[in-house]
Design a protein around this ligand. Structure first.
Ligand code: DXP
Ligand SMILES: NCC(=O)COP(=O)(O)O
Length: 262
């Protein structure tokens, strides 16, 4: 297979799978003791509308996704064998307990501090390699695919491959903030170069953070081989206006436009 070209169709019959991050549904739910909005119901409606996966980031302070959400979503996804469960977090904090218990399809290692406002950087390789290597090996021994949250740095890709990770997740905030400015093309070129370096090493490519209906199509058109985008904040904000089903369908249209003839 040409390493610079993603498979004609990804694991879900399209080139890029949409994994909906439901953190922000839990954030709203946690502001009252009423159990609404339901995180599981949000996931169900997104899956029914065609989302290919669900992502959660159970942070140690449980500001949004709580341990019971992680378990309830695992149960829900048993009825969706074609969909994937992606659990994100820092493996030196609470993440590995969830991996050992739930064994999701994929785990995404994110180097966040416990009190971090949101995810805002990828792993620092080689500095972080010694502590990541055994954790990656354990996840893979459990049959869990490992993705590393990474800044767009082509030179770091050989180190990701050396660690034995299966995929990278490109941290896309710098692209999102450059989108629509004179810096868009040069910032995007860094992601394209990183993706090509990753593909050449046999690494799979995911992407996420601050992606939305405006910036998603261009990203997927220019960056080769993206197998999955995980989108939460903007998608849930859109769903407050459009509803989950129409929002998911609109994001899928954004994805399909990236691969249709221009
Ligand atoms: C890793 C990443 O970019 C996001 O998936 C992260 O989960 C966002 O976390 P918050 O939803 O807590 O901002
Ligand atoms: N890994 C990115 C993710 O899951 C959601 O990020 P965002 O869309 O909430 O910024």
């Amino acid at each position: 297979m040409n390493p610079l070209v993603a498979p004609e169709a990804g694991p879900h019959g399209q080139r890029t799978a949409l994994s909906v991050n439901v953190n922000k549904v839990a954030l709203l739910r946690n502001t009252r003791h009423l159990g609404i909005p339901s995180v599981a119901k949000a996931a169900q409606l997104c899956l029914e509308a065609g989302a290919q996966g669900i992502t959660v980031h159970p942070r140690p302070d449980e500001r949004h996704i709580r341990a019971h959400d992680v378990r309830e979503l695992a149960d829900l996804l048993k009825a969706w064998p074609q969909a994937e469960y992606n659990i994100e977090g820092n493996p030196t904090q609470n993440l590995m307990d969830f991996v050992r218990e739930i064994r999701p399809h994929q785990v995404t290692f994110v180097p966040d501090a416990e009190d971090q406002f949101t995810s805002d950087h990828g792993w620092n390789l080689p500095a972080d390699m010694a502590r990541l290597k055994p954790l990656i090996a354990e996840c893979k021994s459990l049959g869990v695919r490992v993705s590393l949250f990474m800044d767009p740095l082509p030179a770091a890709m050989p180190l990701v491959a050396e660690l034995g990770a299966d995929r990278i997740e490109l941290y896309t905030e710098t692209y999102a903030s450059a989108f629509g400015t004179e810096r868009e093309d040069v910032v995007l070129a860094g992601f394209t170069a990183t993706a090509r370096a990753a593909l050449a090493l046999g690494l799979g490519i995911n992407a996420g953070h601050d992606l939305n209906r405006d910036n998603l199509t261009r990203f997927l058109r220019e960056v080769p081989g993206v197998l999955e985008v995980s989108i939460g904040h903007a998608l849930i904000a859109d769903a407050l206006e459009l509803g989950y089903a129409e929002t998911v369908r609109d994001y899928q249209r954004c994805i399909q436009r990236a691969f249709s003839a221009q």
